[in-house]
Design a protein around this ligand. Sequence first.
Ligand code: S3P
Length: 440
Amino acid sequence: MNAVSELSFHVEPGGALTGCIRVPGDKSISHRGIMLGAIADGVTEISGFLEGADSLATLGAFRDMGVGIEGPDAGCVRIDGVGMHGLQTPGADLDLGNSGTSMRLLSGLLAGQRFASTLVGDASLRARPMRRIIEPLARMGARIGSTDQGTAPLHIEPVESLLPINYAMPVASAQVKSCLLLAGLYARGETCVAEPAPTRDHTERMLAAFAYPVRRAGPRICITGGGRLSACRLDVPGDISSAAFFLVGASIAAGSDLTLEHVGVNPTRIGVLSILRAMGADIQVMNRRDAGGEPVADLRVRAADLKGIRIPQDQVPLAIDEFPALFIAAACARGETLLTGAQELRVKESDRIQVMADGLAVLGVEADPRADGIRIRGGAFGGGPVDSGGDHRIAMAFAVAGLRAGAPIEVRNCANVGTSFPGFAALAAEIGLAIEEARR
Ligand code: S3P
């Protein structure tokens, strides 16, 4: 049995979430800060960096390519940028663990290098679809090999330079968009990517912070290769995807009143706020401010009576990582919640529709999974042993379900919580969740 299956959460039923806390830094922004800082000219200083296994995998990969990086030390990282062409051949395969963002974004960046590299990952990452990046990168002249199933390991061969493309993405994916924009930095001419629906725009915002021009025209984002990035300071806001567990927890637990400080509220990430509010949640967005081109706010959330809704499809890409938590909100809501147009959930760190439906069934919640979503009927539910499938967000979602469960919940297979939210159980316990970690 490996380390991933050894950690469980034991959650006693009941309780309320109160207090004022800060969740760890945004994972998407932390990855991008390392990548752009590494290929910039000059020293980039990052504060608020997420010290989770996923962003540390990205950091480790750049160290393996010869980039001098100090830290992380209490969220501070100092990167001695090597410039656009200063990365060195890694001494070994780049192991990206569980991190899809590392693999997809790095593929774009490495496709334009003059050295070969191999990207590997854990069993979950090796099962995730990579053709969505391999095909457009191949059209740019990149040479990338994968398994016959289009999965990792990915072998990237050196090229002299890449060709620009004009690409209409078939799926609304910020990872694919970012991969192609990073490859576009190394292409001769202008690369344009059109998204079928808005997705997180951290790459575009951060390129601008590094003084690299990015042009946006409606759904198209364009970048011209051959420029340089200038180092900058980055302040990473708290991750709204981590805050989501407590937004749901405080909403469903009577007597809760919780403030989450310094959370990123980029408009391309706030689907969870829109969906919870449509369900009747009481969330106040306070002290809006800017942190290096990313909007930030404090969120106050109090318990509320939630009602089931039909989740608008245009909110799906804007809340793509928050559905495990939102399914728990749905299980606590009056009536039925229906999610459609969310087939992407089946190819995340786990098949999030099936694994959530299985766990909800253990608790006694009526949940009907479909190809592209799920129907959940809210009501009282019990406890029992739930398997997270090694998926960090599913583990945390079922932990907060304990606030409304009729009996203890044992969430199994929780070690990957450390990929995005190190210290989750301790922080959750501090604000009122009756959670204990058990290692076997
Ligand atoms: C991410 C994009 C999303 C999201 C993932 C992080 C990013 O993936 O689910 O957790 O940082 O660009 P997709 O682009 O596959 O939707």
